[in-house]
Design a protein around this ligand. Structure first.
Ligand SMILES: [Zn+2]
Length: 260
């Protein structure tokens, strides 16, 4: 690990053992940066959120172990798990170059890690003032598309390429579930913002419901875990950042991996 250093309230560090567990759907920041939020697990830091990152940061695929210089500013984001890449605004155009791939976990290591990461429930995370966690669903009750009434107009960059944000799609995916050792009174019903869902909708805009089958949520041959996080401005509201799944037995998961 790098040496911690402090300047004012901003902490800088280098995380070199961050396993990417998922990336969220795209967002547009008001200054025009097209961004995604990346989340993962570090044995030294626990859960880590890095925001903003480039939409296409090739080294940041799920299950890659990455090394990245980070900084934390509690005056900007109070959540212990939240970090930015050092110089994320100043060096935005070249930010992806700061993400270094150390390793890529094979299937066995992915399963071992998923089992080893502590599991929780959104309500328990909320009580503990934690902003991220991994959930093992005991039962998935429903998955459905909720219409977005007034989707944002799709912005374009100087070349005319579309810059979609999560809010520019006509629907959002929600999953209703209970977790193992759940402490919620009812079920959880959470917006699912996994990057792969939006990539699927980009490629199959006329068949949006198909994403539910592709996620294998109701397929008994698959084991699912939900990587969840809360919203900075609505800390009690948790969303599913990413769905981790594998087929029981020895077949590699393929259905959604092409979109991650
Ligand atoms: Zn729960």
């Amino acid at each position: 690990m790098g040496t911690d250093s402090k300047s004012g309230d901003i902490t800088t560090d280098v995380i070199d053992d961050l396993v990417v567990l998922g990336r969220a759907g795209p967002e547009l920041i008001s200054d025009g940066r097209h961004t995604v939020c990346l989340g993962g697990w570090s044995d030294t830091k626990g859960f880590v959120r890095i925001y903003p990152t480039h939409r296409y940061t090739t080294h940041a695929k799920r299950w890659n172990v990455i090394k990245v210089p980070v900084e934390q500013d509690p005056s900007h984001d109070w959540r212990d798990e939240s970090w930015k890449i050092q110089g994320s605004k100043r060096d935005w155009d070249n930010l992806y170059k700061k993400v270094e791939q150390m390793e890529r976990l094979d299937r066995q290591k992915r399963i071992e890690l998923t089992k080893r990461i502590p599991k929780s429930c959104a309500n328990r995370l909320n009580d503990e003032k934690k902003s991220m966690g991994l959930v093992e669903p005991a039962e998935i009750h429903d998955a459905y598309l909720e219409p977005i009434d007034n989707p944002e107009p799709i912005a374009t960059d100087l070349t005319g390429a579309e810059l979609r944000s999560k809010k520019s799609y006509p629907h959002k995916l929600r999953i209703e579930y209970t977790c193992k050792d759940c402490v919620a009174k009812g079920t959880h019903d959470q917006h699912t913002i996994e990057w792969g869902v939006y990539r699927f909708w980009d490629q199959e805009p006329d068949n949006p419901e198909q994403v539910i089958d592709n996620l294998r949520l109701f397929d008994d041959d698959y084991r699912n875990y939900f990587f969840i996080g809360n919203l900075k401005n609505q800390p009690r509201a948790f969303v599913v950042i990413s769905i981790i799944r594998w087929k029981k037995g020895d077949v590699q998961q393929k259905t959604m991996d092409q979109f991650l």
